[in-house]
Write a protein that binds this ligand. Structure first.
Ligand code: BGC
Length: 860
């Protein structure tokens, strides 16, 4: 049966990897002809694109010529948290940016302004489907347009170097090729909707510890072969309209000033023609940044650009031509997204409207990785289910930090399974609650924000759908300005769900007064941590400040008042604080006993285990890979009570599963997005098979070969060179819990043949697989390239291509995978160039890096 296209990141299918169009391409000659035709189409498209580019450049040049130095310098500096100033004199509208990557938050940070939440980037990569990533991008462009956003601050294509990286849920994979192809699909999709992308964080922002200052020491070879590679693939295949330079330093130069990596490599060698924006507050110096190729300093209005840049030109420190280059890049972006008069936007025909909820659900089930399924436990047989786990009811659908969006709805596993199974089939028990921290006040709270001036007069009120207040720049309630605002009071009621000791807490910096049910529990000042940057306090944990004995169903008054103050050095004004809350805590042993009882009575036990916001988020790294709280004990106890125990892991990146051999099935669901529970029901009931394959090795921290994320004396040495992820596990000779590429479906596959044709410049592997199971299925055919002669300096093998196919029971399917030239190359540090390593290579085809079924040999 026909293979579904594996990799169409841009308009044309990539030459890097794709499945065949049915059996047509079964002969190498036909594959060659198809490749030729694609080349011709590509050349025609490139010609047309050049003509459009020339027309755009003429308008950009004319607009640039009409701007004086002050206007040019102003354009390069944020006017607030998310936008650049409009310049009406040249018909330029204000360019608006927003995070990414799983949704489009827009300029407001509130549940009042919801956005579709797709599964986490790790989940998207687990689909191994750049075509699906492209469809995600199309949806995000639609969301961006709905919210008046021109540029999405995504995708994140840093690598999973150490499993401790706190922000791994927001990146794709440990493998640069998979990362590059998924990223290229995503970028092509977003931009096909007329919205720009900002590929981030360029480069080597692979961990969070001391992220503003860390000096990552990385060899040129590791940079080229690993960390720069996804950016290069995306620039080549999808032509992104933007890039974001990272907070960190690489080999002694901070990335917002990195002339070599930005001007020479990104722009010079790869031909990137988009704009380069700093990560938020990462621009530190006027002269070095502009000379290092940084176009835009965000956020504003206080940045190193704007007036300081104009002054630096007038003082003779900076050439005006450097400013012109940056302005050209911004105007080109504006022209592409349709914000500059006099030129047609890059996209004049928008893609068809996408149903965001349906797509979120499809991506989720395609991303779930079934790593273990003993005795065919899944799909579930008819019968009763004991659903266990705090995250089964309060689903953790997305990771924290700047990737946060507020979805219009969340389908929890409990919602999803209850809807999918017959009445009365699903019972629920908490079992263990990993959330030892306080969460944003939400369930049971009815709040509003009252703003007062210094005399205590009310100047405005704002809605507060939860206890989170985050007003940035001019995003203030009607009638409120930063000048008249003195205090914000979050006030309203709370109706408890349970009786007992309720804990209330406060997140934020400054003076707060907290009153619950008539008692003032806290009236003091919370101070920032010593090493906090301007926005870091927003990423910290709330501090418990009140314990109140409350009764279920009895409503009480709650009030948290904050005296607004803005630090001297803040680039902009932000009003940000949180009222947090925690339910009464039950005895953990009792909770486990209750769950065991429920599991004993049911036919199947499904335990949902999860990480929390304090484990995986932006702004810090992980300390270990252990599931928080008593969740490991819970799983063991439930598995002992019911042999048909299925564990669903709700985490953005690897966790240790010491009980994995004691349970019947393990399904990894990442942060599954707003429809996660519905997708889970689809997969558990067998309406759909789980489609994911691991984009990153899962193993214990003790065995993981590369773990270091904490700099010593400000430096972090990437001393492992080109050996991260599976490359490092193989070199160390260690066996992880689950290898890169692993994932089971609900059918079986036989790998029947592989034929190889070509040279290093265009090797094609044609792979025939047969569905030997009993239901239709989708298989991700993975191609690894291994030098036959062992070479200690090179990985034993590397992912060199993949494609997905579908087939009915008994049918065969064929995948044609084209291997990129880069798979045969290494970066030669002496010559400073790529070089082909000649010799014999095995092309190993299989279901994961550890499950290689058939091979062929090629000499280059
Ligand atoms: C993050 C970026 C993000 C930016 C704006 C930074 O802290 O590192 O990824 O785009 O904030 O929210």
């Amino acid at each position: 049966m026909a293979g579904t296209p594996g990799t169409p990141p841009a308009d044309e299918p990539s030459e890097a990897s794709e499945a065949s169009e049915a059996s047509e391409a079964s002969e190498p000659r036909k594959a060659r002809e198809a490749r030729k035709a694609r080349k011709a189409r590509k050349a025609r498209k490139a010609r047309e694109a050049r003509e459009v580019d020339e027309a755009r450049e003429a308008v950009v040049e004319a607009a640039l010529g009409r701007l004086d130095l002050d206007a040019k310098a102003r354009l390069l500096s944020g006017q607030d948290m998310w936008s650049l100033p409009a310049l009406p004199e040249i018909g330029l509208r204000s360019l608006v940016m927003s995070d990414g990557p799983i949704g489009v938050r827009g300029v407001r940070w509130t549940a009042d302004d919801p956005s579709v939440a797709l599964p986490s980037p790790t989940a998207l990569a687990a689909t191994w489907d750049p075509g699906l990533a492209r469809r995600a991008g199309v949806l995000l462009a639609q969301e961006a347009r709905r919210k008046g956003v021109h540029v999405l601050l995504a995708p994140t294509v840093n690598l999973h170097r150490s499993p401790l990286g706190g922000r791994h849920f927001e990146a794709y994979s440990e493998d640069p090729y998979l990362t590059g192809l998924i990223g290229a699909g995503y970028v092509a999709g977003v931009q096909s909707g007329g919205v720009g992308t900002t590929v981030k964080h360029y480069v080597a922002n692979d961990a969070e510890t001391d992220r503003f200052t860390v000096n990552n020491l990385v060899s040129e070879r590791a940079l080229r072969e690993l960390y720069l590679a996804p950016f290069e693939i995306i620039v080549e295949n999808a032509r992104p309209w933007g890039i974001m330079t990272a907070y960190n330093t690489v080999n002694g130069t901070t990335m917002t000033e990195h002339h070599h990596l930005v001007n020479e490599v990104l722009r010079g060698e790869w031909g990137f023609d988009g704009y380069n924006v700093s990560d938020w507050t990462a621009a530190r110096s006027t002269k070095d940044a502009i000379e290092g190729g940084l176009d835009v300093a965000m956020p504003g209005p206080r940045t190193v650009y704007g007036a300081p840049l104009a002054q630096a030109v007038r003082g003779g420190d900076v050439e005006e031509s450097a400013v012109d280059d940056a302005v050209r890049n911004v105007l080109r972006l504006a022209a592409r997204v349709g914000a500059l008069e006099g030129v047609a936007p890059a996209v004049t025909e928008l893609p068809e409207t996408v149903d965001g909820g349906a797509l979120a659900r499809e991506i989720a089930r395609r991303s779930f990785v079934l790593v273990r399924n003993e005795r065919g436990t899944l799909p579930l047989k008819p019968g009763t289910v004991a659903l266990i786990g705090a995250a089964a009811r309060e689903a953790r659908v997305l990771g924290g930090g700047s990737a946060t969006v507020f979805p219009p709805r969340i389908v929890s596993p409990l919602d999803g399974l209850t809807a999918a199974l017959p009445d009365g089939a699903v019972g629920y028990a908490v079992g263990a609650d990993p959330d030892t921290e306080l969460a944003v006040a939400d369930q049971g709270f009815e709040l509003r924000a009252v703003c007062r001036d210094a005399d205590g007069n009310v100047v405005g009120t704002g809605s507060a759908p939860s206890g989170l207040i985050q007003w940035m720049g001019s995003d203030l309630p009607d009638g409120v300005t930063h000048d008249n605002l003195h205090t914000v009071e979050l006030t309203g009621t709370f109706t408890p769900r349970g009786t007992g000791t309720h804990t209330f807490g406060v997140k934020g910096v400054g003076a707060f007064r907290l009153t619950v049910d008539g008692t003032t529990y806290y009236d003091d000042v919370q101070r920032p941590a010593d090493d906090d940057g301007p926005f870091e306090a927003l990423l910290r944990a709330p501090v418990p400040r009140a314990e109140a004995e409350l009764t279920a169903g009895e409503t009480v008054e709650v009030s948290l008042t904050h005296v607004v103050a803005h630090p001297e050095n803040a680039p902009m004004k932000v009003v940000g604080f949180t009222l947090a809350h925690r339910e009464p805590q039950r005895d953990p042993d009792e909770l486990i006993a209750e769950a065991v009882e429920a599991a004993r009575r049911a036919d199947t036990a499904v335990v949902v285990v999860a990480t929390t916001d304090r484990v995986e988020s932006e702004g810090f790294d992980r300390k270990d890979l252990v599931l928080p709280g008593r969740q490991d004990d819970l799983v063991r106890a439930v598995a002992a009570a019911n042999p048909d125990t299925v564990v669903v892991v709700n985490s953005g990146s690897p966790v240790e599963m010491p009980w994995r051999e004691e349970v019947a099935a393990v399904l990894l669901t990442w942060f599954p997005g707003q429809e996660g529970g519905a997708a889970l029901a689809d997969v558990l009931t067998g309406a759909h098979e789980p489609g994911g394959r691991l984009p990153t090795t899962w193993g214990s921290l003790a065995d993981a070969p590369v773990t270091q994320v904490t700099p010593a004396d400000g430096e972090l040495h990437y001393s492992e060179g080109v050996f991260i992820g599976y490359r490092a596990w193989e070199k160390a000779g260690r066996t992880p819990s689950y290898p890169f590429g692993h994932g089971l479906g609900y059918t079986d596959w036989a790998y029947e043949s592989v034929d190889v044709d070509g040279t290093a410049d265009g090797t094609t592997a044609t792979v025939r697989v047969r569905n030997t199971g009993e239901r239709p299925g989708r298989e991700v055919v993975q191609v690894y390239l291994a030098p036959v002669e062992p070479d200690a300096g090179r990985p034993a093998r590397r992912l060199a291509g993949f494609a997905d196919v579908t087939a009915a029971p008994g049918e065969t399917a064929e995948a044609v995978v084209t291997l990129p030239r880069r798979a045969f190359e290494v970066w030669d540090e002496e010559t400073g160039a790529w070089t082909i390593v000649k010799g014999s290579y095995e092309i190993q085809v299989g279901r994961s890096i550890a499950d290689r079924r058939i091979t062929a040999t090629i000499n280059v």
